[in-house]
Structures are given as C-alpha cells and as structure tokens.
Ligand binder design. Structure first.
Ligand code: GAL
Ligand code: ZN
Length: 659
C-alpha cells in the first residue's frame, strides 16, 4: 500500500529537506511524487542537464524508505523554450499564441516541442533508471489542454482525417458536407472547427477525436522511452475524474494503471461526495482495475480565493471513500503549502509555516491505518452487479448539441448518468462504469443513459444482452446518431425499438413542467427539460404524462424481450425520489439485493477477493449514524467483533470483514 505526498523540494532550501523527510517517515509515508513541473531546474540550458538537486532529494527520501514517482516535466515549458521557439506555444483561435507564464501552454503537434519532450524524458529515464527508490513515472500532468489552432495542428488534423476516411468522397459523406455547400475538394481545404455551436457537428466531433489522439500519441512517445530504459518501473498519469476533454480509455491504454486527482467540492454544510465516488468508478473502469489517487485533498483549495478547510475527520473520510472504490495508493497534494506562486493558497498537509499540525496528524493516522489494513486489502477490488455505460464520444456529441438546455450548463449526458448513479449509491450498491463495447455478461443490470451515438454493432450488443436475460435501462437521446454524428433516418430509438417495445414518434424540449401520472400512490413526479412522445408497441407503461396533448404517450416503460427486460425513461424527472423508486424497481427486477440498506448520507461499498469481503461504510454527514448490519462482521479499524448494529461518528468510517 503506497501512501504519501506530492513533494516539491525545489520550492524549499535544501537544508529543510531532511526535516521534511523525517516528518514524512514519522507519518508512515512511503511514497512521494516529484519533479513534474521542474523542467527548467533539470534542463536549465537547452541540452544541458542538471539532476544533482533531485539526486540529493531522492537520496534523503530513500534513506527513510520513501519511494518516488517522477513526473516527466512537459506540462510547463521552460522560458527558454518559449523564447527561442515561439512555435511551441499553442495558437489560440484569434491566431495569437498563448503568452508563456502559466502552464499547459504547448502545442502538442509541434515537432520542436515533441523532440524536446522526448529528450528530457530520455535524459531523466537514463539518469534515474538505477536510482533505487525511483519506482515509477507520471507522464506530464493532467493532459487535456489546450486546443491549438496552428498550421501544424491543422495539417495534423487533415492527415488524421485522410487516414481515417481514405477519400474525400467518404469524408464529405461522413460529415454531411452537402449541407451549406461544405463539400471539400482537397484535404488542405479542411479547417479546424473553431466553435461547437455553429460549425458542422460531425467536424466538431472529429476535431475532439483528433485532439484526444494527439495527446495519446504525445504520451506514447514518452511511454516508449520509459518502457525501454526503465523496464521495471510503472507508468501512470494523473487523470481528472469526470473531465471529458479526452477519451480517457485511450489515454489509459499505454499505462500500467490509472491514477487521478481528487478535489471534491467542500460545501457549506457537509454533503454527500457523489461525484468523487462516481469519478472513482469511472477511473477504475478505464482499465477495469484498481487505481491510485495521485493528488488527494489536503487542505482548503484555491488559486485566488480559497474554500473552506476540511473539518476534523474529513481528510480521512475523503481518502477512505477512494479506498472503498478501489484506490491502491494515495498521495496528498501537497506536502507543504507553498509561499510563492499561483498556488500559495492551495493548502497542503503542512501550512506555510511547515509545522506538522492537525491536517498532518490526520493524514498520518490514515497512513498508519492503511498499513495495518494492507494485508486485508491486498488483491481486493469491486465486483459490481451493475454497470453504467460511459462513452466519451456520446458525451462530446452532447456537448456539441445538447438537444435540450440544462440550466446548470453541465453536459446533459453526464447529468443523466449522475441521476441514476446517485440513486444506486443511495440504494447501497456498487457500480462499474464501462465503455460501450464492454463485455456485459458479468452484470445483472446495465444502464445506458443518453447513449446518443450508437453504432449498429453496439445496439446489437445491447439487444443481445437483454435477449440473454439482462436487465437494461436506457433513456432519452439514445440511438439518435451514428458514429460520425449524422442523425439516423429511422424512427427512434432505432435498433433498440424492438427490444424496448416502443416507438418514439415525436419529441420536444420541455418548456416548464409536465406532471406525470403513475400507478399507486407514488409521486407526485414531474417531467422537465425534455419529453419523448413514446408510443408503446408491446411495452408496459410505468408512467405517463398528465398533460392533455401527451395523453396518448408514455414517459417510462418496461418491456419483456427474450429472457430479459428493457426499461426506458423518456424524460428528465425533477424529483430525486423518482430515481430512488426506479433504482429499487431495477434492482428488484435484476434480483440484486444490497448487503445493507444505508441510512441517508451513509455510503456503502464492497471490496472483495475470493476469500474476503470488506464492507466499507462512510458517514458523509455531521451527525452520528446508527444502522443495521449483517451479524458476525469484524470491524477492522476498531479491531472488534460487531453485533447487528453499527454506530458511525460524524465523518466516521468503518470497514467490516463480512461473514
Ligand atoms: C491539480 C494539478 C496540480 C495543482 C492542483 C491545485 O489539478 O495537477 O498541479 O495545480 O491542481 O491547483
Ligand atoms: Zn499546434
């Protein structure tokens, strides 16, 4: 179990380094990430390397059994680079280049930049290959920005399109270039679409695919060098949870495991950290395996203004939430709050004064607990019965054309996923977030919300899942478009119609609200944002619209197909309780029963291996919580046998060895 901090020795006088390392060791830390922004410190003059300072810092850490992850430093180019090679700075839409001085400001196509990225990676790899406590690498830092509109990128985009489509006829067809006379007759006529809301949606989608591929290929250059020179080291990258600017499945392909940076919003009152939980599941889904937290919340965050301080117990509970979802490593960002630069107020475990106080003590407590738990956790992961399909291409296409408006301005697809995910969270079941092509046979229940881009192959994959006995829920805006973002010339939901037993004759963005009618004493529930006018062709109606003009149409349906069931929700329901009702119905239909029914505000997650089931319970509220648990559990943190009840303090955590 690796637990430690992100450490910047170059920010402090070297006579402080031993104090830092002693404090880390006392806290039980055994890992530090270093150097991801230190390019100019390692290559002060182009082609001349200086690693002495880092050798010294690493050796001080090594003497205290602290291992190290080194970052390739390419997220910040040295001033000399920008000065000597201005073409390495990304070009903005207006044709000017980014002004050097922040970070993430390079063009990823620039051959000048890429050669220099490879050179510093090679120099670091060769220099640190034999350093005993260096165990792994982080590529760059938080890939995802910026778009660059320079001629080299435009040329790269054209070449990428040529490879993808082969002929201009095919490109013109795939993009629907007959519209507005957009037919191109030479590859070099193609431009970068500069605005999602006015340019051709198919072109916009391919630009995102290209940019994602570009980042992956930039990373691959570094990975190839590191694999060759440091074959025993692992390689990872720090992802950003729900960030969707890149196809994270593809970015993860070349890596040994995924790690990510977890900065949950710390609200006015304690709130359930749904997004941190969903992010963890998305991160675990990228490679279908456990992940690390490369940057964990250590204090109040902020660049200009800062947020609130994590309350007593909150640093610990933020870390445990990730452990519960499959984190096998945890590094707090950052060790000590820096006294200089833009992140002076992004607080670390230590304050500006460098004293080990409350936040340090809490992290040390977690570290000691993690080491004690390590043998129990070894080889455990999440084995969910439920999967939600998480597809970057659909999310991108929905960014480009959401269809209906979302007051919060969020991605409508991500918001749909959150509604279902949060209800399943409240019900106390684990969820795997998987790509559309994932093998669905391990799951009893699959949700495919807003699967806007749906190829015929994936549609058949979903139908086959239901035919064979699976329970599938899908909802509005699914199956609207093909892979190049052309609308299908079919009645919705296209290839899913037979499986769902419905046909959507018309649809609309809802202005205002439509009350829903349900059987029994459920509700009142209200349709908002969007409504499919669903005509049933065999499905049962679970909810319909009360409005006169929709009297003939269904809002929520369920259909027996083959050995399974296809559920459909054609609207966005205002009340959270609707989703709780829906989740209960789906879980019941799929014969999934949660191990415990958590009280409101308590999160449940199960990590397991063949001979072991570890039930995590986390209290996200500031009131103590009491709950019923299965008998015969062993409380690993308290080291006691439990009865049939569990008490959790505010922000309290329990890990129960079940049965
Ligand atoms: C992360 C980034 C860190 C640091 C932190 C706080 O996104 O990787 O380098 O900047 O945010 O702003
Ligand atoms: Zn460029």
């Amino acid at each position: 179990m690796y637990i430690g901090v992100d450490y910047y020795p170059e920010h402090w006088p070297s006579n402080r380094w031993t104090t830092d390392a002693d404090l880390m060791a006392e806290a039980g830390f055994n890992i530090a990430r270093l150097a991801e922004f230190a390019w100019v410190d390692m290559e002060p003059v182009e082609g001349e390397f200086e690693f002495g300072w880092l050798d010294e810092a690493l050796s001080i850490l090594g003497k205290r059994n602290i291992s190290a992850i080194l970052g390739t430093p390419t997220a910040v180019m040295p001033a000399w680079m920008a000065h000597q090679y201005p073409e390495t700075l990304a070009m903005q839409k207006d044709g000017t280049r980014i002004v050097w001085g922040v970070r993430k400001n390079n063009c990823f196509t620039s051959s000048v930049y890429r050669k220099r990225s490879e050179r510093i990676t090679l120099a670091m790899a060769e220099h640190f290959a034999q350093t005993p406590n260096v165990i792994g690498w982080q590529t760059d830092n938080e890939f995802g920005q910026p778009y660059c509109y320079c001629d080299e990128c435009r040329g790269g985009f054209q070449t990428w399109l040529q490879r993808k489509y082969g002929s201009l006829d095919e490109l013109n067809r795939a993009w629907g270039n007959h519209f507005w006379g957009q037919k191109v007759q030479g590859w070099d006529e193609i431009v970068i679409p500069v605005d999602d809301s006015t340019y051709n949606p198919s072109a916009c989608l391919d630009w995102r695919r290209f940019f994602s591929w570009l980042n992956v290929s930039f990373q691959r250059d570094q990975v190839n060098i590191l694999r060759k020179i440091c074959p025993t080291h692992f390689i990872t990258h720090n992802f950003m949870g729900l960030f969707k600017g890149l196809n994270y499945y593809e970015l993860a392909t070349d890596l040994d495991f995924v790690s990510w940076d977890n900065y949950p919003k710390l609200g006015v009152t304690p709130q359930i950290r749904y997004d941190a939980s969903l992010s963890a599941d998305v991160m675990r889904g990228l490679k279908g395996k456990n992940f690390w937290i490369m940057e964990q919340t250590a204090g109040a965050p902020g660049w200009a203004t800062f947020g609130r301080n994590p309350r007593p117990g909150e640093i610990r509970s933020i870390a445990y939430q990730q452990l519960a979802h499959g984190a096998d490593g945890n590094l707090w960002f950052r060790w000590r709050t820096c006294t200089a630069g833009r992140e002076q107020y992004w607080h670390g475990l230590l304050g500006h004064d460098g004293r080990p106080l409350r936040r340090y003590d809490e992290a040390a407590q977690v570290a000691h607990e993690y080491h004690r738990l390590a043998p129990e956790l070894e080889g455990t992961t999440i084995k969910a019965d439920v999967a939600i399909i998480y597809d970057y291409e659909s999310l991108w296409a929905l960014d480009i054309q959401p269809g209906y408006s979302n007051p919060e301005g969020n991605n409508v697809g991500q918001d749909a996923i959150k509604r279902y995910y949060q209800a399943l969270f409240r019900a106390g079941v684990n969820v795997d977030m998987v790509p559309p092509s994932a093998d669905l046979t391990p799951y009893k229940l699959v949700l495919a919300p807003h699967l806007y881009i749906l190829s015929d192959t994936i549609a058949e994959h979903l139908n086959a899942y239901v035919r064979a006995g699976g329970v599938l829920l899908t909802d509005c805006r699914t199956a609207v478009k093909d892979e190049t973002s052309l609308c299908y010339d079919r009645t919705l939901p296209g290839k899913l119609s037979e499986m769902l037993g419905i046909s959507i004759e018309e649809y609309e963005a809802v202005i205002g609200e439509y009350p829903l009618t349900m059987s029994g004493d459920l509700g009142p529930f209200t349709a908002t944002h969007y409504a499919d006018w669903v005509h049933t062709t065999g499905a049962d109606v679970l909810a319909s619209y009360a409005s006169w003009h929709l009297a003939d149409y269904a809002a929520v349906t369920r259909h027996r197909f083959g050995k399974g069931w296809g559920w459909y929700v054609g609207t966005v329901v205002k009340e959270t309780k609707f989703y709780d009702w829906l989740a209960a119905g789906l879980l019941n239909q799929a014969s999934i029963s949660p191990i415990v029914t958590p009280p409101a505000g308590v999160e449940v997650s199960l990590r397991e291996r063949q001979d072991q089931k570890l039930l995590f319970l986390l209290n996200h509220t500031e009131q103590p919580q009491d709950m019923v648990i299965p008998e015969g559990c062993y409380d690993l943190l308290k080291d006691i046998m439990c009865g049939d009840r569990l008490h959790l303090d505010r922000y309290g955590v329990a890990i129960l060895k079940v049965g």
